[in-house]
Design a protein around this ligand. Structure first.
Ligand code: BTN
Length: 322
């Protein structure tokens, strides 16, 4: 019943819903409504009750609302099984363990906070409690291991498109899969995999989205290079809606990819890129490369044209936009 009451308030965001209306729509007595509102209050929801007007939902608790997430989820596979945690070291570690005990494709691990969130290239990922989406998604594509970079780019496209749908922000992808708003990083993706006979056995897609962090939630050293969706859009974003949008977008692109290959994903990635045709610098095993980021090849590698006109392919690592 609490779930149905919440759904009703979601139909009328920020408005008063009268006791009469609730009682009529849900076929319950006024006393029962009051009891459910009290239960929701003790779960962290804030309601205002005004004589003759009814109830108004003021705020939701900033802990994961799994029922809400599941009730608005339109996917067939992804996120159909969700494991939610409070504080964990890393959702990646948990997802690997779940796969080992038979978790199927689409299993999602969500945490409020991570104490050892990991980023690409051995970096740490700042994951304070209740402020972001720190999640790991289990995938089992039976594709060759060397197609992993394509999945990385697909993840970035899904994430970028879902953020565009849910939040009014101007966001783009820096190769391979950092999401930037006005040059600052708002989200990162880390894919970890296990293969067998040169085919992928499973992939854990680790996604970090800085959703509702405020400037003071960042350590000093990150303030110039990182930002959040709330800082950039000027409003707090419901994390559940963003997870729903991301899983749906990912499921659709993943089906497209498994059917048609990388070509359509590559076009979508190019349309969202803030890297192509821009001057970049990167460190490769054979030294620093500077040039113009020209194009993405079929494997997902970035082709850079140096000042001397040489074409160099970058397969992994990080680039700096100049
Ligand atoms: C990066 O840009 O370096 C990738 C960051 C990935 C962070 C996410 S948060 C959820 C998942 N669990 C982790 O420990 N890391 C990923």
């Amino acid at each position: 019943m609490n779930k149905r009451i919440l759904e009703l308030f979601q139909e009328f965001p920020e408005a008063y819903v009268s006791g009469e209306e609730i009682s009529r729509r849900l076929n319950v007595s006024r006393t029962a409504i009051w009891k459910h509102i009290e239960e929701l209050r003790s779960a962290g929801y804030e309601f205002e009750a005004a004589p003759r007007k009814g109830y108004r939902l003021l705020s939701k608790p900033n802990t994961w609302q799994v029922n809400e997430l599941l009730s608005g989820l339109r996917t067939k596979v992804l996120g159909q099984k969700i494991h939610v945690y409070g504080e964990v070291e890393s959702t990646q570690t948990i997802a690997h363990a779940l796969v080992a005990s038979g978790a199927p494709e689409g299993t999602l691990v969500l945490a409020e906070a991570q104490t050892a969130g990991r980023g690409r290239m051995g970096r740490a990922w700042h994951s304070p409690a209740g402020k972001g989406i720190w999640m790991s998604l289990v995938l089992t594509p039976r594709i060759p291991v060397f197609f992993m970079p394509q999945l990385t780019l697909l993840s970035a496209v899904a994430l970028c498109r879902s953020i565009q749908k849910v939040c009014q922000v101007d966001i783009g992808i820096k190769w391979p899969n950092d999401l930037l708003i006005k040059g600052k990083k708002v989200s990162g993706i880390l894919l970890e995999s296990s293969g067998e006979d040169e085919r992928l056995k499973y992939v854990i897609a680790g996604i970090g989205i800085s959703v509702n962090l405020k400037t003071e939630d960042y350590p000093e050293e990150l303030r110039n290079i990182a930002t959040s969706l709330a800082i950039e859009s000027g409003a707090d974003i419901p994390r559940e809606s963003l997870v729903q949008a991301f899983l749906l977008e990912f499921e659709e692109l993943y089906a497209l990819y498994l059917e048609k290959g990388f070509a359509p994903i590559r076009l979508l990635w190019e349309a969202l890129s803030v890297t192509l045709k821009r001057p970049i610098r990167t460190h490769t095993p054979s030294g620093v490369v500077e040039g113009i980021a020209d194009s993405l090849d079929d494997s997902g590698a970035l082709t850079v044209i140096t000042q001397a006109g040489e074409k160099i392919k970058i397969y992994s690592g990080d680039i700096e936009l100049k």
